[in-house]
Ligand binder design. Structure first.
Ligand code: DWN
Length: 417
């Protein structure tokens, strides 16, 4: 584990570890929320190879550029060489990325002469949608197992990290996409410079990031984990792009994707600035400033207690509880709230790569939905809360038979039919 000293957004190298929380005008990067030591979110464990590895998880705020970030870095190969998350794991994301490809193909009038480069292309879900529209594609995906799935599905994929050395070997492209990748990048300034390098003169860089304003408003502290090094607000994001010679010209907002996602559009020219960028920045100033983050940091431990107490209350009544989904964020929610096997019998997840393993730290076993259906609980804790609508619709029969869901955010609540 190492520490990344300069702010990932503006490069300020002054870190203050002391009581600077109470001196907000002090120009430094300051700790705001200490979540203790927690296991890596996606490191599901195989039976027989249980480890107690945990790493510090502390959220910092940069008073110079307002970027919210982690400063302690887990070596990236420990997190990304083998990956268990597949974009195609939900209908919601498959449909989202199909609409994405449709919208971008139309916006840029993409033809067979154009190519799209997707950084962090995962199992190729987005690129397949571009291929269906006749566009040439190339994926960059460091996780070997996930890149192989994309290749097998006919999506050309380089199993590499995206850096300048690699970019120098690539042709210039009309469109670079990077969805849920920028939060994972240690060297953000280097990453954006690499995007700028590979983008053709009339090229567009389109990316999706979870919006930190939603994390704060929804109380979704389980979105904070070692893979997510940066929690983007618009101001620091636009600044980091500008320093790489890119301008944030347009924005779209998807409130139900990963709990609240911004799709940003950046180009080399700032001529086409859409008013939505200004509107959203104003909204964010009220909802995700230093004080909002400070309040959130104080709410987090209380929310964790509330959720655990609610589940313990149900256990006292003799209810059987299981987890629904085994997303990365479940590792954080369960470990931070100390919700273990004494509370959850199992977590059911549709991803074959996750089944048969267990959630690290709390050791809750991950089972297939088929197996879960043979031992249905009275209550499901909705760990994949970002798919609330999709899941509640799919589980109508469970609800109609008297089953219930505990939804953890924004405040723990029980949902029935
Ligand atoms: O940034 C990241 C994002 C985009 O995806 C990552 N660092 C890792 C990952 O985060 P996550 O694991 O929290 O993502 P999801 O999409 O919330 O994961 C949902 C999980 O729930 C998947 O394992 C699939 C599962 N699932 C299920 O079992 N039944 C999902 C649905 C909709 C279902 O019906």
């Amino acid at each position: 584990m190492s520490s990344w000293l300069p702010c990932r957004g503006c490069g300020l190298s002054e870190f203050s570890l002391g009581a600077s929380l109470w001196a907000p005008r002090h120009r430094a990067v300051v700790p705001m929320l200490n979540m203790g030591s927690l296991p890596l979110a996606n490191r599901l464990e195989n039976p027989g190879s249980i480890s107690d590895k945990a790493y510090p998880l502390v959220v910092y705020y940069c008073h110079n550029c307002a970027l919210i970030q982690l400063a302690d870095l887990v070596p990236r190969d420990e997190m990304f060489t083998e990956y268990v998350y597949l974009t195609s794991a939900s209908k919601t994301m498959m449909e989202h990325f199909d609409r994405y490809a449709e919208a971008l193909s139309n916006r840029l009038d993409l033809t067979t002469r154009d190519s799209v480069l997707d950084v962090g292309s995962n199992d190729g879900t987005l690129l397949k949608a571009f291929q269906r529209r006749g566009v040439r594609v190339l994926g960059i995906e460091p996780a070997q197992n996930v890149a192989s799935i994309a290749e097998q599905g006919g999506v050309p994929t380089l199993t590499e990290y995206f850096d300048l050395e690699l970019a120098k070997k690539l042709e210039k492209v009309r469109l670079v996409t990077a969805n849920n990748i920028m939060s994972h990048v240690g060297n953000l300034r280097g990453f954006l410079a690499t995007v700028a390098h590979v983008l053709g003169p009339d090229g567009l860089f389109v990316f999706e990031v979870p919006w930190v304003a939603d994390v704060i408003r929804n109380n979704s502290f389980d979105m904070i984990y070692h893979e997510h090094l940066t929690y983007f607000g618009l101001k620091p994001l636009a600044r980091a792009l500008r320093e790489a010679g890119l301008f944030l010209v347009d924005l779209e907002y998807y409130p139900t994707i990963h709990g609240g996602t911004l799709r940003g559009f950046a180009s080399r020219s700032s001529d086409e600035l859409s008013p939505v960028v200004r509107e959203m920045s104003t909204r964010e100033e009220k909802e995700a400033d230093f004080w909002a983050l400070k309040d959130f940091s104080e709410r987090v431990p209380k929310l964790a207690h509330q959720l655990r107490n609610m589940l313990l209350g149900l256990k006292k009544e003799g209810k059987r509880i299981a987890g629904y989904g085994a997303p990365a964020k479940a590792t954080i929610l369960l470990n931070y709230c100390n919700i273990g096997r004494n509370i959850l019998d199992y977590a059911s997840d549709t991803t074959p790569l996750k089944q048969g393993k267990s959630i690290p730290g709390v050791r809750v076993p991950v089972v297939s939905p088929q197996l879960a259906r043979t031992k249905p609980p009275d209550y499901y804790l909705l760990l994949a809360w970002n798919f609330r609508e999709e899941i509640l619709t799919k589980e109508k029969e469970f609800l109609d038979k008297g089953g219930r869901f505990v939804v953890p955010f924004p405040n723990p609540e029980v949902v029935d039919s």
